[in-house]
Design a binder for this molecule. Structure first.
Ligand code: GLA
Length: 411
C-alpha cells in the first residue's frame, strides 16, 4: 500500500470513530496505577488551612507539631502535620520550588526535620495547575521536579489541589503526579483534591490516590452554604452511596475537621467527629492545637470513636434509616461488631428507635450496646431500643451481638 493510501485510510478510520468514543473525557490508554501500600487506615493529622489560611510559617508548624504531642493527640493516633497553601516563595532559575524565605528562614527541610524529631510525619500542599488556589506556583509541568524536591525534604504526604487547571484532565493529571511521587523513591501518601466535581471516587484509586475529596470546602457551620463552602450536614448528604468506593489504602475524604474553630456547639462538633468516624474519613484536625480547650481535646482524642474510624476492615458506614430529622448510620467493624450513629439533624429534641433491622440483624438477638461518648455499656437488649436525642446532636454506639440463649428444654 502506498504511503498516500495509508494516510488516507488512517484519516478515514479517525473520521469513522463514533463520537462518544472520540469525546470521552479521558484518553483510552489510561492504565490503573498499582496501590502504593500506604494509608491502610484513614490518615489522621492536622492541617493549617481551616484555622490559619495563608498565615503559615515554620514557627507555626513547629508549634502545632509540639502541641500535637503535648495534647495527647499523637498518643491517640494523629501523625501527619500538613502545611496547606501559601508556603511557596517561587521557583529558582532551574525551576526548583522554594518556600517563602521570610516565613521559612531555614528552608523546608529544617521544618520537616523538626516535625520528624517529634515522631510525627510531614505533609505538604501543591496544585495540578499553573497556580494554587491562592495564586502561588502550581506543579503543572514540574511534577517530577517537585516530587523529587519533596522527597529530598522528607515529605510523607501530598495534598494536590485543582485550581487553575484549564485544559487538564483530572485522572491523567493526578496519575502523572502519582507516577512522579513513586519515581521519587519515597513513600508519600497522595491526597486528591478536585472537590468531588469529577467524581474522583470512580477513578481516584486507579490514578494512584490514597484519598480524594468528595465535596467542596467545609464551612464551620451545622448546615447551609457560604459561597463555595458547605456546612457539615450538606457535606454528609453528599456521602450517601459513596461507601463502596472506599477501602484500605483509598478513602473518600469529606474534608477536614472544624472541631474547636468556634462556629458550632460542642454537641455539633461531637457529631462531626462521630459521623466522620462512621464514614471512615481521614481525621485531619483544623483548629489551633496550641490554644484548644479541654472539650475540644476530649472530642479529638476520644479513643473509642477513633477506633471506629481506624477499624482495620476499612468498610465505610452507610445510611441505614432516615425519617424527618432522624438518621441512623451503621458501619461494620472487625469481629462481627458494628458502630452506629443516631443523628438528630434538627433543632427540636426527638426520639429515635433503633431496631435491629437497621443493623441487619434478627430481632431476637441480644446485643450489648455501648455509648462511645459516655464510655458506658447499656443494659443488654433484644429487638431494639428508643433513644432521646438533643437538638443537632448524635448518640454514638457500638453493638456486640451476644449468643442467644437456647430455648429452655421442655420437661
Ligand atoms: C482549596 C481546597 C482547600 C484549601 C484551599 C487552599 O479551596 O479545597 O482545602 O487547600 O484550596 O487555597
Amino acid at each position: 500500500m502506498s504511503r498516500t493510501m495509508r494516510l488516507l485510510l488512517t484519516f478515514a478510520v479517525v473520521l469513522l470513530v463514533p463520537l462518544p468514543f472520540a469525546a470521552a473525557s479521558e484518553p483510552m490508554h489510561f492504565y490503573p496505577r498499582p496501590a502504593n501500600g500506604l494509608a491502610l487506615t484513614p490518615p489522621m493529622g492536622w492541617n493549617s488551612w481551616n484555622h490559619f489560611g495563608c498565615n503559615v510559617s515554620a514557627a507555626l508548624i513547629e508549634r502545632e507539631a509540639r502541641a500535637m504531642v503535648a495534647s495527647g493527640m499523637r498518643a491517640a493516633g494523629y501523625r501527619y502535620v500538613i502545611i496547606d497553601d501559601c508556603w511557596q516563595g517561587g521557583r529558582d532559575a532551574n525551576g526548583n520550588i522554594y518556600p517563602d524565605p521570610k516565613r521559612f528562614p531555614h528552608g523546608m527541610r529544617a521544618v520537616v526535620a523538626a516535625v520528624h524529631a517529634l515522631g510525627l510525619k510531614f505533609g505538604i500542599y501543591s496544585d495540578a495547575g499553573d497556580q494554587t488556589c491562592q495564586g502561588r506556583p502550581g506543579s503543572r509541568g514540574h511534577e517530577y521536579q517537585d516530587a523529587l524536591r519533596y522527597a529530598r525534604w522528607g515529605v510523607d504526604y501530598l495534598k494536590y489541589d485543582w485550581c487553575n487547571t484549564g485544559g487538564l484532565r483530572p485522572r491523567a493529571a493526578y496519575a502523572t503526579m502519582s507516577d512522579a511521587l513513586r519515581a521519587s523513591g519515597r513513600p508519600i501518601v497522595f491526597s486528591l483534591c478536585d472537590w468531588g466535581v469529577r467524581q474522583p471516587w470512580r477513578w481516584g484509586a486507579a490514578a494512584g490516590g490514597n484519598l480524594w475529596r468528595t465535596t467542596p470546602d467545609i464551612w464551620d457551620a451545622w448546615r447551609g452554604r457560604r459561597g463555595f463552602s458547605l456546612g457539615v450536614l450538606n457535606i454528609l448528604d453528599r456521602q450517601v452511596g459513596l461507601g463502596g468506593y472506599a477501602g484500605p489504602g483509598h478513602w473518600n475524604d469529606p474534608d477536614m475537621l472544624e472541631i474547636g474553630n468556634g462556629g458550632m456547639s460542642e454537641a455539633q462538633y461531637r457529631a462531626q467527629f462521630s459521623l466522620w468516624a462512621i464514614l471512615a474519613a481521614p481525621l485531619i484536625a483544623g483548629n489551633d492545637l496550641e490554644q484548644m480547650d479541654a472539650a475540644t481535646r476530649e472530642i479529638l482524642t476520644n479513643r473509642e470513636v477513633i477506633a471506629v474510624d481506624q477499624d482495620p476492615l476499612g468498610i465505610e458506614g452507610h445510611l441505614a434509616y432516615r425519617h424527618g430529622e432522624a438518621e441512623i448510620w451503621v458501619r461494620p467493624l472487625v469481629g462481627g461488631r458494628e458502630a452506629v450513629v443516631l443523628l438528630n439533624r434538627g433543632i427540636r429534641p426527638i426520639t429515635v428507635r433503633l431496631s435491629w433491622a437497621e443493623l441487619g440483624l434478627p430481632g431476637y438477638l441480644p446485643l450489648r450496646l455501648r455509648d462511645l461518648w459516655r464510655h458506658k455499656n447499656l443494659p443488654v437488649t433484644t429487638h431494639g431500643r428508643r433513644f432521646q436525642l438533643a437538638p443537632t446532636s448524635v448518640l454514638m454506639l457500638s453493638e456486640t451481638p451476644l449468643r442467644p440463649q437456647p430455648p429452655a428444654a421442655k420437661s
